[in-house]
Design a protein around this ligand. Structure first.
Ligand SMILES: Nc1ncnc2c1ncn2[C@@H]1O[C@H](COP(=O)(O)OP(=O)(O)OP(=O)(O)O)[C@@H](O)[C@H]1O
Ligand SMILES: [Mg+2]
Length: 132
């Protein structure tokens, strides 16, 4: 449904996302996790068009939407029933509602799996999330 492929996003000269790829299938809930400044908000901003990626692409139902104005992207996502839910600072709730989780660090996705997979990975949680 949503396919983010190798995107690079900048704020002016500051290179923040370094080749991020992510997919969301119909009916699926995907949570983005990571420490402050990891790039979660920048990834959402890149998808909805507030800070369009300078390289890589974002496709929705096979159509490239990267470069569209935000109002057009958001309308399109909503028409097809894709919602972006912001759950800040609540690891337990994000883990409870997600089918898959992606952990970000320094503008890259460093771990992907189910919440149960992540729950068993003590060193990933300690290193990238500060929880154990
Ligand atoms: N408007 C901006 N201009 C310049 N740099 C920015 C801007 N917004 C964010 N950044 C930088 O981009 C990087 C990623 O920030 P981002 O806000 O995407 O992280 P985050 O994972 O959402 O963090 P948080 O958990 O604090 O919300 C950080 O280094 C941040 O300082
Ligand atoms: Mg944020």
């Amino acid at each position: 449904m949503l396919e983010v492929e190798g995107i690079h996003t900048y704020y002016e000269h500051s290179h923040v996302l370094h080749g991020v790829s992510l997919t969301v299938a119909p009916g699926e809930g995907v949570a983005l996790l990571g420490r402050n400044g990891a790039g979660k908000t920048t990834l959402i901003r890149s998808i909805v068009g507030f800070t369009p990626p300078r390289a890589g692409t974002v496709r929705f139902e096979g159509t490239v939407i990267a470069g569209w104005p935000p109002h057009r992207i958001v309308r399109r996502l909503r028409e097809e029933g894709l919602a972006i839910l912001l759950v800040e600072q609540n690891y337990a709730l994000a883990m409870a509602v997600a089918d898959r989780v992606s952990v970000m660090s320094k503008g890259q996705i460093v771990y992907e799996g189910t919440p149960a997979d992540l729950d068993a990975r003590e060193e990933v949680k300690r290193r990238y999330l500060g929880v154990a």
